[in-house]
Structure formats: C-alpha cells, structure tokens
Design a protein around this ligand. Sequence first.
Ligand SMILES: [Zn+2]
Length: 383
Amino acid sequence: MTEKLYNRDAYLCSFDARVLSVTAHERGFLVETDATAFFPEGGGQGADAGTLGTYRVLDVQEREGRIFHLLDGAPAVGACVHGEIDFSLRFERMQCHTGEHIVSGILHSLYGAENVGFHLGDIVTLDIDRVIDRAALDKVEDLANAAVFRNLPVKISYPLPAELSAMTYRAKLDLTENVRIVTIDGVDACACCAPHVAYTGEIGLIKILEFEKHRGGTRILMQAGVRALRDYREKYRNIAAIGAALSTKQHETAEAVSHLLEANAQLEYEFKCHRIRAAEARAEGLSECKGSRALFLDANASYDELRALCLAAKDRVGGVTAALSESGGAYRYVMTASAFPIEERLKEIHAALSGRGGGRGGIVQGTLAAKRDAIEAYFAAFA
Ligand SMILES: [Zn+2]
C-alpha cells in the first residue's frame, strides 16, 4: 500500500519513495511507490502534475486504495525515486477547493442547499439542489469573503465512529471509519479527502461569476485565489479597453455598448432601405421591351434588393424579368413574368442555366451556376 503523504501535509511538494511495481501502459508506465505526495484524480479534481525520478507524471489514479502514477518512462522496481509536485498548480487547486467548501457551507446553512456536483477545471463549477437568485448569491459571496478575511483555520480530523455519528457534516458517508472531516468553524464541516489550505486567508478572494438553472437546481461558476486575480486582471484589461474605445467611464461601459448596438441596428436598417431604393432606381431608366430581360446588380446584392428591382422593372418587360447578382461564384436571382406564372417555366430555366430555387405567387428566387454571358444570351432569346 502507498502512504498518502498529501493527507498529512497538503504543502509537501517533494518526497522520496521506493518503487513497488511497474506495469507497461498504452501511454507509458504505471508506477506504484511506498509513499506519494501526488494527489490522484478524484471528487471532481484533477491529478497533481510533476516528476517522479527522471520521469514526468502524466496522471495519477487511485484504484481500490492503490495509487498508480502514469509516467513517461520506467524506473526500476526497488529503486528509490525523488518526487516533485507542481506546487503552483496544486496551490491554485487548494485555494479553489477550500473556497468551494466555504461557498457550499454557507449555501447549506443559509438556504439548506445540498451540493450535488463539483468540478474543478479551469473554473470551479458547483451544482446545488435549490434555485437561487443573484441577490442571494451576492450575500453568499460577501459571507464567503468575510470567512476568508477572518483567516480561520481549516482543520482536518478523523473522528471515532461514535463521534462521527453524532456529527453534522456535508457529504455524509455510510462509512464510519477513517472518515476525513474538513472543518472551518462556523462555516462548514464536510467529508473530503482532497488537499486544502491551512487557513482561509490563503484563499485571498472568492468570486462567484455566473449561475444558471440546472436540473431543477442551480449551477454556480466561481473562481478563487490566484485564478480569481488572473480573471480580474483579464476582465479589467477588457473593460478598460472598451471604456477607452467608447470614451466611457468603466462602470458605464455596458450601457454605452447597449446604446452603440441600438445605433448600429438603426444604421443597418437605414442602409438596407437605401440599398433597396437604389435597386428600384435601377429600373427607372429602362426602356419598354417585349422580350425577356436579365438585369444585373453589383456583387452580393441581397435577395430583398433583387426582388425590389424585379418588381420595379416587370411592367416594362413583356417576358421574364430576371434580377441577378454574383455571389460566391454563382448568381443569385429573383424572377417574375408578366404574361404567365414564372413557376411554370422554372424547371426549363434551371435546366438551361444550372439553377436551383423556387417560389410561389408569381415570383421565384434561387441561384444560377451559369456564366453571365450565357444568362444574358439565354434571356435575350427566351420566348
Ligand atoms: Zn475538500
């Protein structure tokens, strides 16, 4: 069996151990040692990273009480190896994990909410079985940070079965022996085997970010410690850049962006109206013609513009009026005809000009893959 050094000392980042077994694995070698400071993946938290001997630790998993390090090389069985864990990664996770205990403990005591899911990735995700709103979460955040500022000890204990059955703690287990209880007085008591900081002050800051309804309860996203600082730094840079670009005070950027979006929507609408009027104007100088006519707008004209031109020109055209615009190597079209329903001849036009599309009520739209010369010649001769 491997002695779990991280249970005794969450700050231990280097250790020496003897290799008990080595097994080949598709990604490297599974190595067991008589002791380890590497915390294995579990309970929503990833495995520690680092080195063991001269090899990189790619993963750490616990199986039936045994701990296996996945290494990118094989040390000799019986050899003594030196282990180093990536403590900056470990400490970030300790900050986030302990922060999550505080938030969950407060949610439990204020609202009776049970934590039903936890994941510590780049961001901390916790799920509770209650629907909760922003005002309640602001209160939780204030109380959580107050617990940080009080720098309370985070105590680890292994109560005797009789003591345990009399205790109130979260994540109550069926087990009665060797249950590891993590207690922050007045804030939380929870059964947990992960590494935590020794004092809440080490967390620095707890920030609740987003929340959403999730399976009848609420999913809460949060950051703590170094990661909260990194998040604040990135957001500050962003908001400062937006404020500078809009010549707005930082706390008014959301309102300024909202005004900008409204103004942009109005401009888009006006621009669209202008384009449609310009398309209609294209029909004004046209002479009367008994046959059919293909009229081309500039590239990437919208179907609305093509339709406007088609309808404005049709009274001067005896046969088919086709409004076209090149887009992505083909021609968008809108077509109508004065003397017959255009739908009746569409199959024939598509066959001649490699087209596709459809419509009803005497007006159709789609695309033609034929070249411009071919389209012009076809409608000039259309009868
Ligand atoms: Zn924990």
